[in-house]
Design a protein around this ligand. Sequence first.
Ligand SMILES: Cc1ncc(C[n+]2csc(CCOP(=O)(O)OP(=O)(O)O)c2C)c(N)n1
Length: 327
Amino acid sequence: MLKLTPEYLLKTYDLMLKSRFVEERLIKMYKQSDGYFWIGGPGEEAFNVPLGLHIKKGHGLDYDFLHLHYRSSAIYLPMGIEPIDLFRQMKNTLTDPFSGGRNFVNHISKREWNIVPITSPIETQLATCIGTGIAHKRHGGTGITIVNGGDAGTAEGEFASCLIWASRPKEELPILIIVMNNSWGISTSCASQHSETNISDRAKAFGIKSLTMNGNDVEASTFAIREAMMYVRTERKPWLLEARVSRLYGHSSATGANYISTEVDCLTEFEKKLLDDNLITQTEINGMREKYNTEFIELVKKVKQEPMPDPKSIYDYTYSEQKGRYW
Ligand SMILES: Cc1ncc(C[n+]2csc(CCOP(=O)(O)OP(=O)(O)O)c2C)c(N)n1
């Protein structure tokens, strides 16, 4: 029996479905040669949608700052990022608002909502988040810094730097540090690299509060996010949250981007619970699936008519305001 309100649960389901259909459309675009590379977050929706719904969205230090990795679509789609803009980045059109058609898909940024540019080098966000963590600490209020990354990424030095900076005595930072543990770093298994039971256990050495939980479960995710966020917002100290999730389509297009049926699928698991509790019918589910499928096919058709960037602009913005070749 589900415990949260039907309104919240159905809204979460709708956004999980929407996020999944965006990612599956992006994979289809890649496979139909409407893009060069796919990486994204199918399998992380049960954790990421609740997270996206709990963000204090806005510009400046009264609001949350987000330092995300490339599997975070189910965080920013619920915040209001438009699916068509992800299709644009996939197709590398000039109209892509995040990079003018120059970056990989799911590498977004949005200054108005404090979403810092997503990078391909893993874990660099664990270093840059220290900066907004310090700024949030000095500013006060309830805005916090939120950073996420993968399990393999925690082997990088930036992860250790983040734990140290976030927990300096009397200088603790209001940072919610999230590890999305999908058990893999491309083709290297987490089990072959980590002798600690939970990655979150590493927080204990720094006196940082921590929790490892089932990120494939909407309610477990919601309760964990609410508790951790409340603590970081009010105590102005860090929390390390490790969510165990699935990697449903492999690492990226580099590993084929095919559905892996042996992984737990959080969307179908949640559907079963909603059906059992009579909160939704199979006919309604089918209707929602059909709606998103049709809608996204139409959006991709539109994107395919849009202009591509001028080859002359290839070097623009390699550095900040730079236009043209740098050397
Ligand atoms: C600094 C750096 N080293 C290596 C890579 C190549 N690389 C890309 S993704 C990845 C695995 C990341 O695994 P994990 O942190 O668990 O995140 P996941 O992709 O599984 O979500 C690696 C090694 C990279 N992008 N950046």
